[in-house]
Design a binder for this molecule. Structure first.
Ligand code: ASP
Length: 318
């Protein structure tokens, strides 16, 4: 399905969801809230929204289950927390933050992560809480092509031969991993990412999102970065960290670093996707090498903007 086949109404629902969430985080920052709290709030809301591939509305594994991954990083202290392969934690990002703040670890997985979340008083749900009819249909289509499918792009994980019915931003595949990056009034950066992973993935598979340096990274000296895309390639390229490293070692701007990584480095190994990032001076970069990436941005005192494709709808206001 091409972009022309995606209805204006559907696009409007995405813009509205993104802008509501941006406004909530913007308000928090305007009131002196921290970047960590802003990204936590934004991802909380995104996880609850069935339009996106995280929390309620997460994609299915090959076994028709859900395995969720999430990570958060504090650019001020380089503390980080993550969970992977959880299927009963309602808000995986809250569990990631609890790992960062209340354990001596960075990454907890599966049953151990769920037990920790429960100990921390976080809400556990039945695994079918995450399921939606749209995601079930998406799995059926992926099973028919026997590939793992990237959520917001029609290409399969095996890029050499895109699935026969693959098409960019397919109606059933256009919903993405969620992430948020923020800079607060104190000059602190934070990044957070949450995902159901890739449709039809093998149970036990972990993508880039919960891996610090791959899908998520924040360092006040450079930038906060949250990635979406074909996780295996983002892991192999240490993508989020690579953006920060290019800034630190090469002295290049955030957008130059992000462009090099997304448009040049990742494609050398077939990596598809993009990232959102903000640096310590508030410069933004939202780069992707797919047809579109759901994204939005807001500065305190300004109207939040959102966009889906690379060009035409750039910067819609509510
Ligand atoms: N990066 C995620 C993963 O590989 C998927 C996505 O961003 O859509 O798990």
């Amino acid at each position: 399905m091409s972009r022309t086949q995606i209805s204006a109404q559907q696009n409007a629902a995405y813009h509205a969801a993104l802008q509501d969430i941006l406004r909530a985080a913007q308000q928090l920052l305007a009131g002196g809230g921290s970047a960590l709290d802003a990204v936590s709030l934004a991802v909380d809301l995104l996880e609850d929204c069935p339009l996106f591939n995280a929390g309620h509305g997460a994609v299915f594994t090959h076994a028709e289950t859900h395995e969720l991954d999430a990570a958060i990083m504090d650019g001020a202290t380089l503390r980080a927390g993550a969970v992977a392969c959880v299927s009963r934690v309602r808000r995986p990002l809250r569990a990631a933050r609890a790992v960062m703040e209340h354990s001596e670890h960075v990454l907890l997985v599966a049953a151990g992560a769920e037990a920790f979340a429960q100990e921390q008083g976080l809400e556990l749900v039945s695994p079918d809480y995450f399921s939606t009819a749209a995601r079930r249909e998406q799995l059926q289509r992926a099973l028919a092509t026997a590939t793992a499918v990237l959520d917001h792009d029609g290409a399969s994980l095996l890029f050499r031969e895109p699935a026969a019915n693959a098409s960019p931003l397919d109606e059933g595949q256009k919903l993405g991993t969620v992430g948020a990056v923020a800079l607060d009034a104190q000059g602190n950066l934070a990044a957070a990412t949450s995902t159901g992973g890739m449709t039809n993935k093998r149970p036990g598979r972990v993508g880039d999102s919960p891996l610090i340096g791959a899908g998520t990274y924040a360092d006040n000296r450079t930038a906060a970065v949250s990635c979406t895309g074909t996780g295996e390639m983002f892991i192999r390229m240490a993508t989020a960290y690579d953006v920060c490293a290019r800034m630190a070692y090469g002295g290049v701007s955030l957008d130059t670093a992000a462009r090099e990584v997304v448009m040049k480095a990742l494609p050398t190994i077939g990596g598809r996707g993009g990232l959102i990032a903000v640096d310590g001076r508030g410069n933004l970069s939202l780069r992707f090498n797919t047809e579109g990436m759901y994204r939005g941005w807001a500065r305190v005192g300004e109207t939040p903007l959102s966009a889906i494709y690379a060009d035409a709808d750039e910067g819609c206001a509510a």
